[in-house]
Design a protein around this ligand. Structure first.
Ligand SMILES: [Zn+2]
Length: 406
């Protein structure tokens, strides 16, 4: 599920892993190594093996088997991401989408910078450096330009020699080719223009080392985006995602990387201290949320929650600026104001249905809070939501104590 960020900052994991390995007995380690290998290839075998995979997934996530077409699409997406993205881009992505989204990104960036000025917990030096970081951010939107270049695509897959009835062998070929490519890139300069995800994946992410955020064409769909939507839905859904990714550059981990993606302290001591104090508020707030008896870990989900809050507030500011210049059409037969529809669009984008097994697992492993808390958690910290819906101060959706960073 969106919105992931690239994994980083997990250095203690590797140190701790050494201790786990040292303490484990040999047969456990052997089983683990075997499972890692078998677990990877099982889903690519025939129906006898697939039913085992389904049983395993059902027990661990509560989710049943995937349809055959879903498997085919996701495997092709992993193996030949650009080959799959080409027809998607040609036939399904509405014209002008890339340009529309790029324009929205500029608006949200401007809103973030103008909000920086009001942050009295940040000193001027840090504010200035934060604005520089926003200016230095690059973005990738929808698909790489080479996607329409036939020669480029042919060369990209020149090593593949696929056969019609060799599904498993085709997959092995892909593993070998991608391993060779990975090893070949070792000790070569980092190429920041490379697309690390398939364009058709439903995802957006921020990379702190690249100071770059990416919106894949797969996420440019309902409930996040639709070419014909009024602005309140565009900004309430995709605008918040844009603000979310941007804010990752300033969450508890992104804040430690400077505008060039170098890990060092580039803030003044007093601003770092003020940030740490404020992040505690978010940790405590989200730790109170609970579903099926499982509490959200305010610590594990901290960066994502900071990003959700920054995204909601920042995109609202961009939307407000737009409302000053363009009239927003109302929806027929509904009495909601554009301001209210902005928040409805946001809530709609995280509308979800969960099983207990899934919640049991993700509250321990996922850096994102479950959908309902992504909505409520950010909205109760909003100053604009209670104005839009006239919530009394101190009521459930307008508590007196609000957490605030961006
Ligand atoms: Zn995120």
């Amino acid at each position: 599920m969106p919105v992931n960020r690239l994994s980083y900052g997990h250095r203690p994991t590797f140190t701790n892993l050494t201790d786990v390995f040292a303490a484990a007995n040999e047969s456990t380690l052997e089983s683990y190594a075997k499972w890692q290998l078998i677990g990877r290839y099982l889903p690519r075998l025939d129906s006898d093996f697939l039913s085992l995979v389904d049983t395993f997934n059902e027990a661990t996530t509560g989710q049943g088997s995937r349809q055959r077409y879903q498997t085919c699409i996701s495997v092709t997406q992993n193996i030949m991401p650009l080959a799959l993205a080409r027809p998607y881009t040609d036939y399904l992505l509405p014209n002008g989408t890339k340009e529309n989204v790029t324009e929205m990104i500029e608006e949200v960036k401007e809103a973030f910078k103008s909000r920086l000025e009001d942050k009295d917990w940040l000193d001027d030096t840090t504010k200035e450096r934060c604005a520089e970081k926003v200016d230095a951010m690059t973005e990738m939107v929808a698909y790489p330009d080479q996607i329409s270049n036939d020669t480029y695509l042919d060369e990209l897959y020149a090593l593949f020699n696929m056969t019609e009835d060799g599904y498993f062998e085709n997959y092995l070929q892909y593993i070998i080719i991608s391993n060779v490519e990975n090893f070949a890139s070792l000790r070569t300069p980092v190429d920041k223009s490379v697309w690390l995800n398939a364009p058709t994946a439903v995802n957006a992410y921020y990379s702190p080392q690249f100071n770059q955020f990416v919106f894949l064409e797969g996420i440019l769909n309902s409930p996040f985006f639709h070419a014909g939507w009024p602005e309140y839905f565009l900004y309430g859904a995709l605008g918040v995602i844009i603000g979310h990714e941007l804010t990752h550059g300033f969450d508890d981990e992104g804040q430690q990387y400077d505008k060039d993606g170098i890990l060092h302290q580039w803030w003044t001591n007093s601003s770092v201290e003020a940030f740490r104090e404020r992040q505690t508020c978010f940790e405590e707030q989200y730790s109170q949320y609970e579903m099926f008896g499982y509490n959200v870990s305010g610590n594990l989900t901290l960066g994502e929650n900071i990003a959700d809050n920054g995204g909601l507030h920042t995109s609202y500011q961009a939307f407000q600026k737009l409302m000053n210049t363009t009239e927003q059409p109302m929806l027929p037969a509904l009495q909601y104001t554009p301001e209210q529809l902005y928040f409805i669009g946001y809530a709609q984008s995280w509308c979800s249905l969960y099983t207990e097994e899934y919640i049991a697992s993700v509250t321990k492993t996922d850096e994102h809070s479950p959908g309902p808390f992504r909505v409520i958690g950010a909205i109760v910290n909003s100053k604009e939501f209670p104005e839009a819906f006239q919530c009394k101060e101190g009521s459930a959706m307008n508590p007196e104590d609000k957490c605030e960073l961006w």
